[in-house]
Design a protein around this ligand. Sequence first.
Ligand SMILES: Cc1cc2nc3c(=O)[nH]c(=O)nc-3n(C[C@H](O)[C@H](O)[C@H](O)COP(=O)(O)OP(=O)(O)OC[C@H]3O[C@@H](n4cnc5c(N)ncnc54)[C@H](O)[C@@H]3O)c2cc1C
Length: 393
Amino acid sequence: MDRDPDVLVVGGGPAGRALAAAAGERGLRTVLVDPAPEAPWRATYGCWAHELPAWLPSSAVAARASGCAIALSEHELGWEYAVLDVPALRAHLDGELARHGVRAHAGRVAGWAGGAVRLAGGGLLRAAVVVDAGGHRQPLRCGDRHRHPAEQTAAGVVVGEAAATPLVTPGRALFMDWRPDHGEDGPATFLYGIPLGGGAVLLEETSLVARPGLPLPVLRRRLRARLARHGVVVPDGAATESVRFPVDSPRHATPGVLGFGAAAPLVHPASGFSVATSLRLAPAVADAVAAGLASGPDRALAAARAVVWPRGARAVHRFRRIGLEALLRMPPAEVPAFFEAFLGLPEHHRWCYLVGRADVRGTAAGMRALWARAGWRMRGRLIAPALLPRTGV
Ligand SMILES: Cc1cc2nc3c(=O)[nH]c(=O)nc-3n(C[C@H](O)[C@H](O)[C@H](O)COP(=O)(O)OP(=O)(O)OC[C@H]3O[C@@H](n4cnc5c(N)ncnc54)[C@H](O)[C@@H]3O)c2cc1C
């Protein structure tokens, strides 16, 4: 490398690739570092269809479906769910990286010291703006980690549309089904059922959040029992998916580094979603870096941070963390009633809570509306985490 690049992005997941491509598109000399830059992505990514950025080609969406959720009763969500075609998304972003001359460097980052990125095999990388898009591991983040993060875990299986029909009507998405049809006591889990396109449906037993995450063998056992109860036959050799990631990673505030994607963390603590937010924010972050660099790297970093964490987003993040703590403390038997109250809110409140990442007034109004619907016991559950220290971190 002759001259330090303008932007160094650590991590080649959806967030890192989207940001590196956007930076390259703006003429910024950009380098991406990942231990295995060519490795395919394995997860199934979904989001609310309205969240998809305009720049995303329609080929990157595998399926769209209107959705419902079941708590104590069934509720229409009122908006569409989109499942990404992960290989197509990846191919699109890789094409953009190549088109804009973004170089991918194979290397594992070991940390951040003295204004430089330390590579595990030795060597330092520098850039005007350094981005940690290394996912929940936050490889450039300095400071303590949670010993016991709150995690979302899930175990899924892919079946044909016809086989899934007892649980998921063809062309529809089942965002959550809290009925305890797995037949077990203990932590509350729900079924997530989404069309993948091409007549396939992913059925996933999900623990929305637990600290530590509910073990995958428990989720696999519950999934088998739930499917058997509904007469869903899983063919031999059916594809499976295992999910485990933290939803309460600490805010990335390492001086000199921008945290982006799950490393920021842009993860919504209540849904676990971050991919659509990262894809949507990438061009605006790249714009801020490009404009700020004229006044120097510090200005560029500050401008990018202001896009990722505007004041409203910091406040909403704190609200959402309180909601997360309420869920973590809630006795399992009361969880479906909590979602019954949430799902019964007017659509604009639910929507704002799920996607309004910088809408403080809207989020607060949604929380007030939930409070008004809740009984006294539920109110106690909702207020406790705002007053008490966090559990078992
Ligand atoms: C199975 C599964 C399904 C999921 N489904 C959804 C979903 O439907 N919707 C949604 O929004 N979210 C989903 N998530 C959660 C989360 O949003 C994803 O994990 C998403 O991949 C985050 O994107 P990212 O680019 O921020 O981080 P990642 O995809 O985790 O990418 C981080 C990259 O950084 C690299 N890296 C890590 N450490 C280092 C290091 N030391 N040096 C250099 N590079 C490093 C990794 O190799 C990786 O390529 C899912 C997660 C899983 C596991």
